[in-house]
Design a protein around this ligand. Structure first.
Ligand code: CO
Length: 222
């Protein structure tokens, strides 16, 4: 039986390092967490949420799944969102996708991977909805990148459309939803220009950055 001793060794070293840099760190952290940000990102091992934005334990509440999807029937994601907003009081929800996302690529290529195809069906729907815009791009690489961006923006708009966020805004809570994309090639984040603090701005902001206006829009894509 392999009990993965190397990971426990890493862990002891990490904990000792944290405590050395900031004595009492774990004692304070165990008493409470008060993160200002919720991160909804991809499960991809190359996109470690805390590290990318240089935040320590306690500073970033995180939900990750394949292709960073926000599904209105996903109680895991919705529970994280509700707890983060209503209980922890986060002020920012960041939906962060990444270029080179395997889930998005599989959806674009219509490649079959197994059970996960069902999860990725909504990304296929997005590819279908934006097919015209995507095919107008010069290369397949550009189309995949754009589909990653469109997927992030649609998920960010979905966050805005949840009852959780709408009620927070109705109650006058200060809460901003962001859509970012991370590049595996240079380790840098891009802000996609979707940064909204109310529902009207969410819909308008989405149309502006996603180019929905030129494609006609409609209820699909939500
Ligand atoms: Co991914």
């Amino acid at each position: 039986m392999n009990r993965l001793p190397e990971l426990f060794a890493n862990n002891r070293s990490w904990a000792a390092g944290m405590e050395a840099r900031q004595p009492g760190f774990f004692g304070e952290l165990s008493a409470q967490q008060a993160p200002r940000y919720l991160w909804i990102g991809c499960s991809d091992s190359r996109v470690p949420a805390n590290e990318i934005v240089g935040l320590a334990p306690g500073e970033l509440f995180v939900h990750r799944n394949v292709a960073n999807l926000v599904m209105h029937n996903d109680f895991s994601c919705l529970s994280v969102l509700q707890y983060a907003i209503d209980v922890l009081g986060v002020e920012h929800v960041i939906v962060c996708g990444h270029y080179g996302c395997g889930g998005v690529q599989a959806a674009w290529d219509e490649r079959q991977l197994g059970l996960v195809d069902n999860w990725l069906q909504s990304v296929r729907d997005i590819a279908h909805l934006y097919r015209e815009q995507l095919l107008a791009l010069p290369t397949d690489a550009a189309r995949r990148d754009r589909l990653c961006e469109l997927n992030v923006m649609i998920q960010a708009r979905r966050v805005c459309r949840t009852t959780i966020v709408q009620q927070a805004w109705e109650h006058g809570r200060r809460l901003t939803v962001h859509a970012w994309v991370y590049s595996l090639n240079d380790g840098l984040l891009r802000d996609l220009g979707f940064c909204v603090s109310d529902l009207a701005s969410a819909e308008a902001g989405f149309s502006r950055v996603a180019g929905l206006g030129t494609l006609g829009g409609g209820p699909a894509g939500d």
